[in-house]
Design a protein around this ligand. Structure first.
Ligand SMILES: [Fe+2]
Length: 316
């Protein structure tokens, strides 16, 4: 991966150090107003209590089995300005793994991705479910997934709202190139593809994330962001493709697949699947794992392989 990827910004260590201190402070501070944080905490504990109560039931086991079933989605996106050297380039998009929730998630995902060839793998956050859960078992499960991947240009990652700053170093030790409001460039022949990855913008949004979008290089740029909530900023700053997750497609849906909740503060219209914002194509994956309650209904998880093509702008 080192041969094809270079960091486009200098001063990485200093920027990371400043980010780390700020992120850890935000993690220690209840999100939103005090009462809102309290209500969220109560809802989380209530959901866990309901989960513990339902766990022995056949209905729960049925829902958990559905939460572990993964679709493989093939998405082709075409752009007239895609550098010709990247025509046919394939990106495996994984998101919302929540590996500490259902025990079998990592093994099932590892088996699934071992069958999928791609040039690059991107992970757009929520590797964990409980931000305070022990690190070592989580990283061991992630290592199992990463060792099963077949991606010549390696793995890129960004953090989600369930992920802690402390995960950055152990994830990079696994060979995942983490992007914290940073842009990297992939080179093929004489051409380049730029990829900007942001820290989570749902709970941990900062002006540094906005600045990373606004200062991305000229040329073909892809945004990796945990949630669709800054799609407008990415489109305005010239990004052409936006890969994201966070919503789980609703996770628990009506039979029509309409979600009860999206977990989005902005751009709720981009809760699932492909979408377009001005000259940018986006894809919101339903993700892999399940959040808080290890249960999915009418909303299977998915891994997505994106194929880039040069041609008239479209997605299918
Ligand atoms: Fe998630």
């Amino acid at each position: 991966m080192r041969d094809v990827i270079s960091d486009s910004l200098g001063g990485l260590a200093d920027r990371r150090s400043t980010w780390l201190a700020r992120r850890e402070l935000m993690e220690a501070t209840p999100s939103g107003k005090r009462w809102r944080g309290h209500v969220r905490g109560q809802l989380y504990h209530t959901a866990r209590h309901v989960h513990d109560y339902l766990r022995p039931t056949r209905f729960f086991r049925w829902g958990a089995r559905r939460a572990l079933a993964l679709d493989i989605t093939e998405l082709t996106v075409s752009f007239p300005d895609l550098p010709a050297a990247f025509d046919g380039y394939q990106i495996l998009h994984l998101t919302d793994l929540h590996l500490d929730n259902l025990d079998d998630t990592a093994a099932i995902l590892a088996e699934c991705v071992a069958e999928i060839n791609s040039d690059l793998c991107v992970i757009t956050g929520d590797i964990r479910d409980n931000i305070h859960a022990p690190m070592a078992p989580l990283i061991a499960r992630l290592a199992h997934v990463v060792s099963s991947l077949e991606a010549n240009d390696g793995v890129l990652g960004v953090l989600g709202n369930h992920d802690s700053a402390a995960m950055l170093a152990p994830m990079e030790d696994l060979g995942i190139r983490m992007l914290v409001n940073e842009t990297i460039s992939l080179s093929r022949e004489t051409e380049q593809l730029h990829i900007t990855g942001l820290d989570d913008v749902h709970r941990f949004e900062t002006s540094d994330a906005h600045a990373a979008l606004e200062t991305s290089p000229d040329g073909f740029c892809i945004a990796l962001v945990h949630s669709p909530e800054v799609a407008h900023r990415a489109a305005i700053s010239g990004h052409r493709l936006y890969l994201t997750g966070h919503t789980h497609g609703g996770q628990i849906c009506l039979p029509t697949r309409k979600p009860f909740a999206t977990g989005l503060k902005r751009h709720r219209e981009f809760a699932s699947g492909q979408w377009r914002f001005e000259d940018m194509i986006g894809y919101t994956s339903r993700g892999i794992g399940a959040c808080v309650i290890p249960f999915r209904l009418y909303c299977p998880g998915e891994v997505v392989r994106v194929t880039l093509r040069r041609g008239e702008m479209q997605a299918n």
